[in-house]
Design a protein around this ligand. Sequence first.
Ligand code: AHR
Length: 356
Amino acid sequence: MDRTGLLHLIRSEGYNLHWHPRVGWTGFKETKGNFMTRIVCLTATFALIVISLGSCTKNSSEPKKNAQQLTVGFSQIGAESGWRTAETKSIRSEAEKRGVDLKFSDAQQKQENQIKALGAFIAQNVDAIILAPVVETGWEPVLKKAHQRGIPVILVDRGVKVTNDDLYTTLIASDFVAEGRMAGDWLAAKTGGKANIVELQGTPGAAPAIDRKKGFEQAIAKHPEMKITKSQTGEFTRAKGKEVMEAFLKSGGEIDAVYAHNDDMALGAIQAIEEAGKKPGVDIFVVSIDGVKPAFESMVEGKLNCTVECNPLLGPAAFDAVERAVAGQKLPKNTVVQDKLFDQSTAKDVIDSRQY
Ligand code: AHR
């Protein structure tokens, strides 16, 4: 008997059902009926509760869906950098390739917009959520909601800080500390362990900003004559990177190197250095992270000195994770994307093979 049939049976026996917004059909009021009818109605009501709950939460007994039947919400940070645009493209095109119905939301750099988007995805009862979280903290309440509803959350690119790691399914991201360390080691080797460095940080509170700073500082700590003399956020954008570098240059003091947490800020800094009448890559070393095509072009021109690749092509891995999670398979908590450093010595040979 289906839901309509059960309702009909109970009502035909003179019982009134009560709808509870959180639990579903929770009870009825007896107006007539013998003992047997009451038993039938109790059973029917219980069945309705189960049906109601089943329509609100993901149930392990639900028939498995294939990729073409999946609806996935993707909450993206924004479009602050070439890297971010490449990541969005990778996730969108992989969804299309697999026939997944992708609900895309651009948060314009605001966590509150991401939280709203996640709330909307949960209300739509999507099969899974892909989240690129702008900052590390503040996710607990919304992740709890998704968890309670049995909606898997796949974190891509950046991690979150939560008291219980069960609140997300898996994280697919680079090791940002290692990236920062690679950049620092490269600069130490290039400068003989002696440099006044200015730092362009990423978005405050974002995992790559925190960890790339940490890794770089670990690397230069081995060299007492390497120090960060100025450090400010350039918010991962080219415009802000340029603006902050202009201020650094104007404020005086020796600058031997720029360490930018991403390529876009480094490219902005390069413009500022040139406009100040200096030669980027020669008068001032420029090191950064991401490995986007314009960074390779700049290395070929001798302006950017090195970049640590951070692969944004996360679409295939993200949807593999979605499909496995929806199928009820266990996933590793963390998948580390492997990164590699490129400098001017190799830029020319690999530039044509760059995919983003
Ligand atoms: O989280 C990855 C970082 O975010 C990239 O390095 C940067 O370009 C982006 O905006």
